[in-house]
Ligand binder design. Structure first.
Ligand code: GLV
Ligand code: MN
Ligand code: MN
Length: 412
């Protein structure tokens, strides 16, 4: 079978999808269930229908585009990723796995391939935590890693619940129906940009992921006492932002001294109330993102943060409340999919590296119900989650070709 990737069409589609954005180009912002996200979803659905795929959408908006195999009742082979984008992001995160997955399917059809197992492109809802505070919302529900009851408790910053938001956009099925049965997928493969610098630095064009690091996230609220920035003397203050600063540095210290370079901690949101230049911060909300390849090391940093919180609360006479939003286990790839990906690389003479994903992905949760693996392509300077994120058309084409080859092996 001679597989040809239509690189020009794929590149044009990546550019077209980037136009559905709430940020000025080249930045992309596409938050789940905003009008922009809904338009992007319609556009993707039309591309999938054009390719002859049958579309199904579940109650949280996960979209399945299926190419029926010759044995339609056999377990499906899945591929896909997400199209939501954090504020001020780039064009490639998630999108390469969705549009590359679609082009891989089109290439297989053009080559006359007839799959025995159905091949399904899956576009996950809200891989990014921007709106509801938790990443991989769609895949957590698909895998049963988040219960419908816990999902119903999630709200966005305006207090709108998932139930309200999804009903407003016409998703009125029950969340109980989202979970996939064990054994729905024979295998799941996700193509993605690396979001780190290793492939580019080592000049290796492809990465086959054998493990996805364990993510955790917390929301921390610090309550101090506000007051007049001129009138309240320093010894009398209970400044919530100064307490937050201590906590942020304690977290950084714990991550840097964990004993491994794999521990990474970030405070990406700091909301200060009331937020006036001449008013002492009375309340601060922090969002913490903590990851590691080793679960116990990740959890020891969580413990260090808890003890720093107790010490800071006592010393500064502030109240600190910490809410753990998620603390997930790492995922191991399925050896048979890693082998199929490696074999496809070898077959085309492409060097590849077996590697760890430090970013999380929907595959982390799909791994709980099916064997998964991921294929990484380089991205310039390792940049991601920023507007200058970039992967070359050649790297995207190469990744799509290896994905198509691997889907063919798995679906035969
Ligand atoms: C995914 O977007 C991540 O934050 O790893
Ligand atoms: Mn992302
Ligand atoms: Mn992603």
């Amino acid at each position: 079978m001679k597989l040809l990737i239509d690189e020009q069409k794929l590149t044009a589609e990546i550019e077209d999808l980037a136009n559905f954005s709430d940020a000025d180009p080249p930045a992309v912002t596409r938050i789940v269930f905003t009008p922009t996200d809904l338009q992007a979803r319609d556009w993707i659905r039309a591309r999938c229908e054009e390719a002859g795929l049958r579309i199904r959408q579940d109650a949280i908006g996960n979209t399945f585009a299926r190419w029926n195999g010759e044995e339609p009742d056999a377990l499906a082979v899945g591929t896909g990723s997400h199209i939501d984008a954090i504020p001020n992001a780039g064009k490639y995160d998630g999108v390469v796995g969705v549009l590359g997955g679609l082009e891989a399917i089109r290439a297989l059809r053009r080559a006359g391939f007839r799959p025995r197992h159905s091949i399904e492109l899956l576009i996950f809802t809200s891989e990014e935590p921007t709106r509801f505070g938790i990443g991989c919302l769609g895949s957590r529900l698909l895998a049963g890693a988040l219960s419908p009851d816990d999902a119903r408790k999630l709200t966005d910053k305006d207090g709108a619940s998932i139930e309200d938001v999804r009903r407003q956009v016409g998703l009125d099925g029950s969340l109980e129906q989202v979970k996939l049965p064990e054994g729905y997928y024979k295998a799941f493969v996700e193509l993605h940009i690396e979001q780190g610098p290793l492939l580019e630095r080592e000049q290796v064009p492809l990465g086959v992921v054998e493990c996805i690091a364990a993510p955790a996230s917390l929301r921390i609220t610090i309550e101090g006492a506000g007051g007049h920035a001129g009138g309240v003397l320093m010894p009398d203050r209970r400044d919530a932002l100064c307490a937050a600063a201590e906590l942020i540095l304690a977290l950084e210290h714990a991550a840097k001294t964990s004993g491994a370079i794999d521990t990474v901690a970030t405070v990406g949101i700091c909301d200060v109330f009331p937020g006036a230049v001449n008013s002492i911060p009375a309340r601060v909300r922090l969002s913490v993102d903590l990851r590691d390849t080793d679960l116990s090391r990740r959890d020891s940093v969580l413990k260090a943060l808890e003890s720093a919180s107790r010490a800071t609360a006592a010393k500064r006479e502030v109240a600190i409340h910490s809410e753990l939003l998620n603390a997930d286990a790492p995922a191991e790839s399925g050896p048979e999919i890693v082998a199929a990906l490696s074999q496809a690389c070898l077959q085309h003479g492409f060097a590849h590296k077996i590697m760890t994903s430090r970013a999380y992905h929907d595959s982390l949760f799909i791994s709980r119900i099916a064997p998964v693996a991921m294929l990484f392509i380089p991205c310039r300077n390792g940049y991601s989650h920023r507007p200058d994120e970039y992967s070359t058309p050649e790297d995207i084409e190469r990744g799509t070709l290896v994905l198509a080859e691997t889907l063919a092996t798995l679906a035969s």
